[in-house]
Design a protein around this ligand. Structure first.
Ligand SMILES: [Zn+2]
Length: 171
């Protein structure tokens, strides 16, 4: 249970001078919003889109406010479901960010990317189709390819996308 409101599910461990606090996303964002002086706009809680098979999938929208920026996540409402994320600057337009997230989600579930295959011994495994990944960690667009700092990597780590995350750099 969230230590502040006593009802929300704990999503964030906040390290402070006074010690660690376990907070739900709402209380966490409320605190960050005050600290960073960024207003979080009212946003849709969820949206539904059809995937490549025509199946309707529903995603919850989660917003995470970090000192380094805003992270918006679309988390599918099932266990082991899809997860997509976009990042923006603290002062970026939040509705545009939401639109970007929905576009990315639509694209992500619009094509089949992972296939389940079975080894002769009966073990199943996943394989990528078309040798393509779209589940990359998204780098900060403003950083212009500058290597991420550790805090940003940690930040990105919590905004992982489904199904695969490749951190290998090709330069
Ligand atoms: Zn709370």
């Amino acid at each position: 249970m969230c230590e502040q409101c006593g009802s929300g599910k704990v999503k964030v461990f906040l390290d402070m001078e006074a010690g660690t606090m376990q907070l739900c996303l709402n209380c966490y964002n409320e605190r960050m919003s005050e600290e960073l002086e960024v207003n979080l706009e009212q946003m849709v809680d969820s949206f539904s889109l059809k995937d490549y098979e025509g199946t309707t999938r529903t995603f919850f929208v989660e917003i995470h406010l970090y000192p380094t920026g805003i992270c918006l996540e679309a988390v599918e409402n099932i266990e082991f479901g899809y997860k997509f994320a976009v990042h923006g600057e603290l002062n970026s337009n939040q509705q545009d960010l939401l639109k970007k997230l929905m576009d990315k989600t639509r694209k992500g579930i619009g094509e089949k990317q992972v296939e389940t295959k079975v080894f002769p011994n009966g073990l199943s495994y996943y394989t990528l189709m078309n040798d393509q990944f779209t589940g990359l960690i998204e780098c900060d667009e403003a950083s212009d390819g500058v290597p991420l700092s550790l805090i940003e990597i940690v930040h990105s780590f919590f905004c992982l996308e489904f199904p695969l995350v490749i951190t290998h750099q090709t330069n």
